[in-house]
Design a protein around this ligand. Structure first.
Ligand code: ADP
Length: 306
């Protein structure tokens, strides 16, 4: 048995003039929890549709569990679970009816594979007679995952499963994924939330149809080539522009209520920067040395020449 579950080489997909996927290649190992991290329009959904054989690539090849994306699409559909970005549930069917429906189309029953979904489904079972359309976001997400799992897939493709879900349900969801991974299931998951990168074994950072880097989350951060300061002042609007003019500054981004300032020079002097900002009439200036987050790494990769 190969240790590679998903293998993809040079996949390209265009919609008219839009290049949605531009020469994508990667491998996902058996039992890996692999994240595709990128903003709207990065190409995540298109990639998942290719991998679940719902779309054909223009060029390139790929396989899932050794099955070819084109020739063996039926095998791939049998061994894959897919949770599309927009919930795939039938809103007018109840929780239980939805689950039964997905079990039936895969020729199985809820009973047969109940053990696999038990931990997840039990949380929504008290509402099994409620229509799916009347569930909260977090509950819909659990039902959609149960439906994607009911035929005991070897590989799960989860397209933005946590988008629009509250922070507590997001965390719970990742804990569920961890348990599924521990049960030996290979999981490919996409997300626009950079903070979820650290929950994956490896991540591909995506932008404009391309993979900018593939690595463990820790290695992505260790590869960050710049020194960073977080800077706050009472006037964030002028702060951003003025920081960009400061000598040695490589880039400046707004991060919530503060600015992240990246310096290419190793030697940075927060005191001198503080003096500079005070001369510019900034008040309540706070400057802290910080480590890069995945978001800082993403910004830097986006702007680096190839
Ligand atoms: P993501 O899931 O990361 O948001 P998508 O794969 O949905 O990315 O989209 C990638 C690019 O392809 C975007 O520019 C999007 O507008 C475009 N796109 C996606 N689906 C279609 C479609 N059916 N027709 C035309 N353009 C599309």
């Amino acid at each position: 048995m190969s240790d590679i579950t998903v293998h993809v080489e040079h996949l390209t997909k265009k919609y008219g003039e839009t290049l949605a996927l531009d020469d994508i290649s990667f491998d996902v190992g058996k039992g890996e929890l692999f994240g595709f991290i990128g903003p709207d329009g990065a190409g995540k959904t298109t990639l998942f549709r290719l991998l679940t054989t719902l779309l054909l690539a223009d060029t390139g090849t790929g396989s899932v569990a050794g099955f070819d994306l084109v020739k063996d699409y039926k095998n791939i559909r049998n061994i894959s679970g897919y949770m599309p970005g927009k919930f795939s549930l039938y809103q007018d069917l109840t929780v239980e009816e939805n689950l039964k429906f997905f079990a039936t189309i895969f020729g199985t029953t809820i009973h047969e594979n109940y053990d696999l979904i038990k931990n997840i489904y039990q949380q929504i079972e008290p509402f099994k007679n409620r229509k799916a359309g009347k569930l909260s976001g977090g509950m819909k997400q659990k039902l959609a995952l149960s439906c994607a799992m009911i035929h005991k897939p070897e590989v799960l493709f989860l397209d933005e499963p946590t988008t629009g879900v509250d922070a507590v349900s997001r965390l719970e969801f990742w804990e569920m994924l961890k348990r599924l991974k521990d049960a030996g299931i290979t999981i490919l998951v996409s997300t626009p939330y950079m903070d979820e990168a650290s929950l994956c074994d490896r991540v591909a950072l995506m932008q404009n149809g391309r993979i900018m880097t593939i690595s463990t989350p820790g290695q992505v951060i260790r590869n960050y080539p710049l020194s960073l300061l977080s800077v706050k002042s009472s006037d964030i609007y002028h702060l951003l522009g003025e920081l960009r003019d400061y000598p040695g500054v490589h880039s400046v981004y707004a991060f919530g209520q503060s600015a992240h300032v990246a310096f290419s020079a190793q030697k940075i002097e927060p005191e001198a920067l503080s003096e500079f900002l005070k001369k510019k009439k900034h008040e309540s200036v706070e400057i802290t040395r910080i480590d890069a987050t995945i978001e800082d790494c993403f910004m830097e990769l986006m702007n680096s020449p190839e």
